[in-house]
Design a protein around this ligand. Structure first.
Ligand SMILES: *[C@@H]1O[C@H](CO)[C@@H](O)[C@H](O)[C@H]1NC(C)=O
Ligand SMILES: *[C@@H]1O[C@H](CO)[C@@H](O)[C@H](O)[C@H]1NC(C)=O
Ligand SMILES: *[C@@H]1O[C@H](CO)[C@@H](O)[C@H](O)[C@H]1NC(C)=O
Ligand SMILES: *[C@@H]1O[C@H](CO)[C@@H](O)[C@H](O)[C@H]1NC(C)=O
Length: 511
């Protein structure tokens, strides 16, 4: 489910918003995707390791709003270095081979974050020639072999660890998928078997006690966050850590993604609070760190956008808001698992993303205010998906052993650390309490989550307006001075790079 990028989303928005401009944008967005993939690779940071018994911490680099959290790893003997993008929405760790990187027609920038030379590693073993074949929702992908070799991340060393070696790829930087083994590419497009991917291999090799990790992405303005395997860090969140169930997907009845029961959305500003979902609302939502933005059901977006003064702009292919909205003190509040479950508040500063065009223009409204992008878009036919514009505001513990997710309000810029490891394999999430009377959701056979088959009474409601809501009380508190039309550009020359411009701010990494 990972790696939905702006290009794809822009296309979806356009089809929702106006059929007449679709073709124009599809072509341009393909270019955008290429541009973004190049930029994807430019961000790396030194990993740093906080070592505690039974836990491994690797620092992640926040590629600003692009949703690229990268980690450094090494593979082979002697070690070859890689920067890889962390992704909870997929389950294979793969790196590009030197042969794949030589094909410059596919990869305009080559592979700046490492390419694996298998012949240079004395511990390399090919275990699945031609078996590796992964594709992501945005249409990118890689094919090649499965291999085993020594892999190091943070303080951990895994021997005979199984990975994908991309001998052909449209992505120049490797990806570290840390999801369920049921979602490994090998299951669907390889030889049909599961293998011990990173969380499981860490358990098998005694590095951590239980297949679980915590992600602290930190805020939009920060340059790094971290992933902690095998434990939680109680200094990185505020309030209570509450756990909820992870649900199975589709026909298989197997848990393949981090699908949780999302049970309400509200908006709070200085002028009031509005609940934007019906009282019996419960819908599956996927938590996916590989995705930059958040996709919500169309009808909920309509209400939310009226609250925030956001609008869908066809030409920009984005949901736009005045940049000043980032300074507003209001919040969007997401609740999970019903009344006893966790609520995460997302501040405007985490939702308002910069927007620019390939011609270097920053769009403005007619009153001169700059135009920004909202980090929430209508899902259309795609599943409801909570990407980094939600996840940064939450401290999230992923417990693959017990199919649990624990959520708490994140502690932005926390300087301290208090790491508690999982006591044993299958032990509950340390310090977390279970949500009481949790509402349940299931996904449809098509794999597109829809409400249905709920086990709790009244949970099969579609996302309709709250029948008791008489108006949008919070809307006036979100008001900024803009809300006018956007200054026209010479559209034919403009390709929207959406959020990627902020790379320029990341230490001049942008080539
Ligand atoms: C991680 O990658 C970056 C970029 O290549 C590099 O500068 C840094 O030294 C690496 N850190 C480690 C610990 O390998
Ligand atoms: C393919 O299947 C065999 C068992 O049938 C297994 O030993 C092997 O590891 C599998 N290959 C991969 C890449 O998982
Ligand atoms: C990878 O899998 C896709 C989908 O099953 C298939 O269409 C494609 O031909 C495969 N590619 C290779 C190189 O096996
Ligand atoms: C796949 O994951 C399940 C659940 O965590 C585990 O029981 C199983 O052993 C794993 N399979 C492999 C091959 O590691």
């Amino acid at each position: 489910m990972a790696r939905l990028i702006t290009a794809l989303l822009s296309f979806l928005l356009l089809t929702l918003a106006s059929a007449s401009t679709v073709q124009f944008e599809i072509v341009q967005n393909r270019d955008v995707r290429t541009a973004q993939l190049q930029r994807r690779s430019l961000v790396l940071q030194r990993r740093f390791l906080d070592r505690r018994a039974g836990t491994v911490t690797a620092a992640l680099t926040n590629a600003e709003v692009q949703g690229l959290y990268a980690a450094n790893i090494t593979i082979g003997t002697p070690p070859q270095s890689f920067g890889v993008q962390i992704d909870t929405g997929s389950s294979d760790l793969w790196v590009p081979s030197d042969a794949a990187c030589a094909v410059t027609t596919q990869l305009q920038n080559g592979c700046p974050n490492g390419q694996f030379v298998s012949s240079a590693s004395s511990t390399f073993q090919d275990v699945g020639q031609g078996d590796f074949n992964i594709s992501y929702v945005d249409g990118t992908g890689s094919t090649g072999d499965y291999f085993q070799d020594t892999m190091r991340i943070g303080s951990a060393t895994l021997t005979n660890f199984e990975m994908g070696l991309a001998t052909a790829t449209t992505i120049g930087t490797g990806i570290m998928g840390i999801g369920y083994n049921t979602s490994e590419a090998n299951v669907d497009t390889g030889n049909g078997t599961e293998y011990a991917n990173m969380p499981l291999a860490m358990v098998n090799q005694g590095v951590i006690n239980s297949a679980a990790y915590s992600l602290w992405l930190n805020d939009l303005q920060a340059t790094s966050g971290n992933v902690l395997f095998g434990g939680i860090d109680t200094a990185k969140y505020n309030g209570e850590l509450i756990s909820i169930n992870v649900y199975s997907t589709g026909r298989s009845r197997r848990v393949t993604s981090f699908t949780v029961a999302w049970t309400s959305l509200s908006a709070t500003s200085s002028s009031g609070t509005d609940v934007l979902t019906a009282s019996n609302f419960a819908e599956p939502a996927i938590l996916d760190s590989g995705t930059t933005i958040t996709l919500l059901p169309d009808e909920i977006c309509t209400k939310l956008f009226s609250e925030l003064g956001a609008s869908i702009n066809n030409q920009l292919g984005a949901v736009i808001v005045p940049c000043d909205l980032a300074k507003n003190t209001g919040t969007i509040n997401y609740a999970f698992g019903g009344p006893g479950g966790p609520t995460i508040k997302v501040q405007m500063s985490q939702l308002v993303l910069p927007l620019t065009t390939t011609t270097g223009q920053v769009p403005t409204y007619q009153n001169g205010q700059t135009v920004c992008q909202l980090g929430i878009q209508p899902a259309g036919q795609l599943p409801t998906l909570f990407g980094d514009t939600f996840l940064r505001s939450a401290y999230v513990v992923y417990d693959l052993e017990n199919n649990q997710i624990a959520l708490a309000q994140t502690n932005f810029d926390a300087k301290n650390s208090n790491i508690v490891s999982f006591a044993s394999k299958g032990a509950p999430i340390p310090s977390a309490t279970q949500a009481s009377n949790e509402l349940a959701v299931t996904q449809t056979a098509s794999g597109n989550p829809r409400v249905g088959g709920a086990t709790a009474a009244g949970t099969d409601a579609a996302a309709t307006s709250n029948p008791t809501a008489t108006g949008l009380n919070a809307a006036s508190g979100f008001k900024t001075s803009a809300a006018q039309s956007v200054q026209p550009f010479a559209w034919s020359k403009v390709v929207v790079l959406a959020v990627s411009v902020t790379f320029m701010g990341v230490g001049g990494l942008l080539l």
